[in-house]
Write a protein that binds this ligand. Structure first.
Ligand code: CS2
Length: 493
């Protein structure tokens, strides 16, 4: 079969949506760092909707770590398929908004020069939680992070996202070019303000005047939402059948998409609202809602579900006890911590449960379980802090935390090894080895990780009792029984 590319695009079968604009007329206005699956299912689709009438907002994507996206997309002239899946079937669309992909390792100068050029008005990012090189509990730059130490020693040849942003901004500053807006599209709490704090700190460590310059840069916050499972070879085959060409890296996703953006782009922006984004003054309530409801549920389902032998989120949703647990976690524990005038939180929850049920979306529990040390603070621990402060129980959230602790020891209920992917994996394994089969010692060891639990939670007695009791149950009676018991004891008569 022929490969998807500009020259084969015209052969796409009727019914497959293709770019409705002349791609040769598109010029770059956005550089996106972290050109992974999420960006390609989300922001790149919104931009694709706009390019016909706003051709100067093309995207140049860059990968900071691996050249695999560039290798997949370059022979395809940047084109790729987004396959939207649900019970009604699979609906492919070919996206053309990414006009070029650069590999930061081998094309660093080209990328920095582009980021420094006046035509780039926005640098957006999806580098995952760990890509910001910060302490997840405090949201501050981790000055001892190896990439940060490298970038401070080699500021003009940086590796990290903060290092790249600051070097590009420094070049603009020196040339008298107005700064680009920095738009994080990652699931961090207050992502605009948090990333600004991290990047401004890095800049100040380089040079005080640079720190001041970065303090004046716009970092609009965003809430991004679309579920994007990793692509498999079976997906590739299926998509090839649908579009009549080989696509080395199609993206699988769900029909739902949401993007809430803080409207703060002093140097201009595309009319994202015309593509369905919500432009608001304050995005934080939306972020908190999504992180605590969707992502908090996701992580809880990922650890418990994986341990219970469920490969996909839709499998977890086939178990009534898990559904009751997640329904309760959202309704009883997360929703009371959210202040969202004008938003029907019950309807939001029900929509989430439907999205989790999507049978066509093969979303692995293992995929979501990754990098828990970076995710727990904003997904579960912030909610728990609010519950503690209000003197309210948090049994289900506590079970979510205990399940993470049970998961990161790296052995499942059948005694098989779990491939734990996390920047703290080695340290956590060492803690688990020291604790042996003593659940209390495991709790103590992991709760002492201040970059996850801060300096407060590890010493909090209520937190300790709740989580350690669940952890003990997970070892003693197993996941299925622990979930069943919690659901039974918390059921409203
Ligand atoms: C998931 C998210 O992998 C994960 O940690 O919870 O990627 C989730 O699917 C997205 O945030 C949905 O918008």
């Amino acid at each position: 079969m022929t490969r998807l590319s500009a020259s084969t695009l015209a052969n796409a079968p009727a019914g497959v949506r293709v770019p409705d604009y002349d791609r040769s007329q598109i010029t770059p206005g956005i550089v996106h760092l972290g050109i992974g699956a999420f960006h390609r299912a989300h922001m790149a689709v919104y931009v694709d909707d706009l390019l016909k009438h706003h051709p100067d907002w093309g995207i140049v994507g860059a990968s900071l770590r691996r050249p695999d996206t560039k290798e997949a997309l370059e022979p395809q002239d940047g084109l790729y398929t987004v396959a939207v899946r649900d019970a009604s079937g699979t609906h492919p669309r070919i996206i053309g908004s990414i006009i070029k992909v650069l590999d930061a390792n081998s094309q660093r100068e080209e990328l920095l020069a582009l980021m420094a050029s006046p035509q780039i008005k926005i640098v957006s990012l999806t580098v995952t939680e760990k890509g910001y090189c910060h302490d997840p509990a405090t949201g501050e730059l981790d000055q001892h992070h190896p990439d940060i130490m490298h970038d401070l020693a080699n500021p003009t040849a940086p590796k990290s996202a903060p290092g790249m942003l600051v070097e590009a901004l420094a070049r603009r500053h020196a040339a008298g070019v107005t700064p680009f807006a920095v738009m994080s599209c990652d699931n961090l709490p207050s992502n605009g303000a948090t990333v600004k704090r991290i990047v401004a700190k890095f800049a100040a460590l380089r040079e005080a005047a640079l720190g001041e310059f970065v303090a004046g840069v716009a970092f609009p916050g965003t809430m991004v939402d679309r579920i994007v499972p990793s692509t498999t070879d079976a997906d590739r085959d299926m998509v090839a059948g649908l579009i009549g060409a080989d696509d080395a890296w199609p993206i699988m996703t769900e029909p739902f998409t949401q993007w809430v953006i803080e409207d703060h782009f002093p140097d201009g922006r595309p009319p994202f609202e015309l593509a369905g984004a919500q432009l608001v003054e304050d995005v934080e309530p939306f972020e908190r809602m999504k992180l605590r409801m969707l992502n908090g549920s996701h992580s809880t389902m990922a650890y418990l579900g994986y341990l219970a032998g469920y490969e996909y989120i839709s499998d977890v949703m086939g178990d009534d006890n898990f559904v009751a647990l997640i329904h309760g976690l959202m309704t009883e524990e997360a929703m009371p911590t959210l202040d969202m005038p004008g938003v029907d939180l019950g309807a939001y929850r029900d929509q989430l449960l439907d999205r989790f049920r999507n049978p066509a979306l093969k979303h692995r529990t293992w995929q979501i379980a990754m990098d828990g040390s970076q995710k727990l603070p904003q997904r579960l621990l912030g909610t728990i802090r609010d519950r503690l402060a209000a003197g309210q129980p948090f049994e289900r959230l506590g079970l979510g935390v205990a399940a993470w602790m049970r998961y990161v020891i790296g052995i499942d209920e059948k005694g098989e090894t779990i491939d734990v992917r996390d920047p703290l994996a080695m340290r956590m394994m060492a803690i688990a080895a020291d604790a042996g089969d003593d659940a209390e010692a495991l709790y103590e060891g992991l709760a002492a990780l201040t970059e996850v639990f801060g300096s407060d939670l590890g010493d909090n007695q209520t937190f300790g009792e709740t989580v350690a009791t669940h952890l003990d149950d997970l070892f003693e009676i197993g996941v299925a029984e622990t979930v069943a018991e919690l659901v039974e004891t918390s059921a409203t008569p």
